[in-house]
Ligand binder design. Structure first.
Ligand code: NDP
Ligand code: 2IT
Length: 447
């Protein structure tokens, strides 16, 4: 699919000129603009109101120094970010990513996607994202704590339970949210729902840990069912071995699939008997070690260096759950050639534009990240609700709501795709459905 609409091409050009060297942000914007072509052609109000020009400009970008002292007493400096992209339908909401690859372009792409994703959840949340180029690999617990405390010592003045509510993303899980929350509480002398993904004893929601991976499988289950398929007896390849990958593996297995591979940034494991998730949880959640350790539990499994090879394993369904652009054209072709008929994204912007072309050319089912992985932020929204009413719901209650939300998201993507003459194109459906609610709110609010 190409961007041919003159007006939208002009917006894309301006975005690229005004935000040089931010290729991931350009990519995320372009995908949305392509999907919006039939929308602006049908309803001129979206051009006349200038709402798309407004939407591609973040409301606020915050960049700051994060100084901290390592275990050797040496000063270290990282860069912190929070992009408060859009508050048309609720307070800014979105995760924090700590990874050496983080720079403004990554945070902007994630914040931009978050606007549409949060809109799709049906909950009142705007879009934001933050993080740092801090690399937690090899750091002690004390170093992680001091980094988080320093990060929050600046961030606290920009956030709040009705302003901006951060959460986790790559390398930000329960431990980091704890240190961030503790520092916010100490500085502001308030105990509020300013972060989600909190511990269960101090305001967290049951199911938040599982939510993104479970939600991905619920979305995928709906997409499969609408096309006469299911997870039952399917072979599934999942990339990553972090929060999203682990709980996607758990739910896909529960739904009758056999998950045969996982990876981390060093390499991948292939276990043709089906992944032993108990071993993976021990390695990753308890010991924080490399996925290669899996061979100590299952010497009959295979380990290969590098991540790309994981997409050459024959499978029916692929669930990328590691990072952006992890499936390129070549990997998408390898999947198609091996008979994979469904790619559903746990990681944000998992597929390059060329890979997406391959999915469509091969009539594969494609679940785009901003719809398929919205379960995490949806349960974050439910955590905010519970914090506001100072109650906590049971696992079954939250899981039931998550299931309903993921079904609604799929139905909405499906309906919007059909409405605009692109049946089965859930990417266009997600972008259009997410956009209309936010754009109409921006027009109504005059900013
Ligand atoms: P984790 O930090 O728990 O796990 C990330 C996994 O992906 C690890 O196995 C990591 O390997 C691997 N990975 C990360 N970066 C790279 C890279 N550049 N190349 C290869 N492998 C990489 O993060 P999450 O599971 O929370 O997040 C995974 C994806 O899901 C991200 O794209 C995130 O944005 C998205 N997401 C997360 C949500 C959440 O609620 N947590 C919600 C919605 C989306 P290693 O340990 O070697 O770095
Ligand atoms: O990408 C995402 O949706 C997340 N990392 C979760 C955000 C959140 O606020 O729970």
């Amino acid at each position: 699919m190409k961007l041919t609409n003159e007006y939208l091409l002009g917006i894309q050009k301006k975005v690229e000129e005004k935000n040089p060297a931010e290729s991931e942000f350009h990519q995320a914007v372009k995908e949305v603009l392509i999907s919006l072509q039939p929308v602006v052609e049908k309803d001129p109000k979206y051009i006349e109101s200038g709402v798309i020009e407004r939407l591609v400009e973040p409301e606020r970008v915050i960049m700051f120094r994060v100084p901290w002292v390592d275990d050797n007493g040496k000063w270290q400096v990282n860069r912190g970010f929070r992009v408060q992209f859009n508050s048309a339908i609720g307070p800014y909401k979105g995760g924090l990513r700590f990874h050496p690859s983080v720079y403004l372009g990554i945070i902007k792409f994630l914040g931009f996607e978050q606007i549409f994703k949060n809109s799709l959840t049906t909950l009142p949340m705007g879009g934001g994202k933050g993080g740092s180029d801090f690399d937690p690999k090899g750091k002690s617990d004390g170093e992680i704590m001091r980094f988080c405390q320093s990060f929050m010592t600046e961030l606290y003045r920009h956030i709040g339970p009705d302003t901006d509510v951060p959460a986790g993303d790559i390398n930000v899980g329960g431990r980091e949210i704890g240190y961030l929350f503790g520092q916010y509480k100490r500085i502001t002398n308030t105990f509020t729902g300013v972060l989600t993904g909190k511990g269960l004893q101090w305001g967290g929601s049951l199911t938040r840990t599982e939510a993104t991976g479970y939600g991905l499988c619920y979305f995928t289950e709906n997409m499969l069912a609408a096309n006469g398929k299911s997870f039952k007896d399917q072979t599934v390849v999942i990339s990553g071995s972090g929060n999203v990958a682990i709980y996607a593996t758990e739910k896909a297995t529960e739904l009758g699939a056999k998950v045969v591979a996982l990876c981390d940034s060093n390499g991948y494991i292939y276990d043709k008997n089906g992944i032993d998730l108990k071993a993976v949880k021990q390695i990753k959640e308890v010991e924080r070690k490399r996925i290669k350790e899996y061979l100590n539990y299952h010497p009959e499994a295979e380990y290969h260096d590098g991540c790309k090879g994981i997409w050459t394993i024959p499978c029916d369904i692929a669930l990328p759950c590691a990072t952006q652009n992890e499936i390129d054209e070549q990997s998408a072709q390898a999947l198609a050639k091996n008979g994979c008929y469904c790619v559903s994204e746990g990681s944000n912007m998992s597929s390059t534009p060329a890979a997406i072309e391959v999915y469509f050319a091969n009539n594969m089912l494609y679940g785009p990240a901003k719809a398929a992985n919205a379960g995490g932020v949806a349960v974050s929204g439910l955590e905010m609700s519970q914090n506001s009413e100072r109650l906590s719901w049971t696992f079954e209650e939250v899981d039931g709501k998550l299931k309903d939300i993921m079904k609604d998201i799929f139905d909405n993507c499906d309906a919007r795709a059909k409405e605009y003459g692109m049946e089965g194109n859930y990417m266009a459906g997600a972008n259009i459905a997410g956009f209309i609610k936010v754009a109409d709110s921006m027009i109504a609010q005059g900013n």
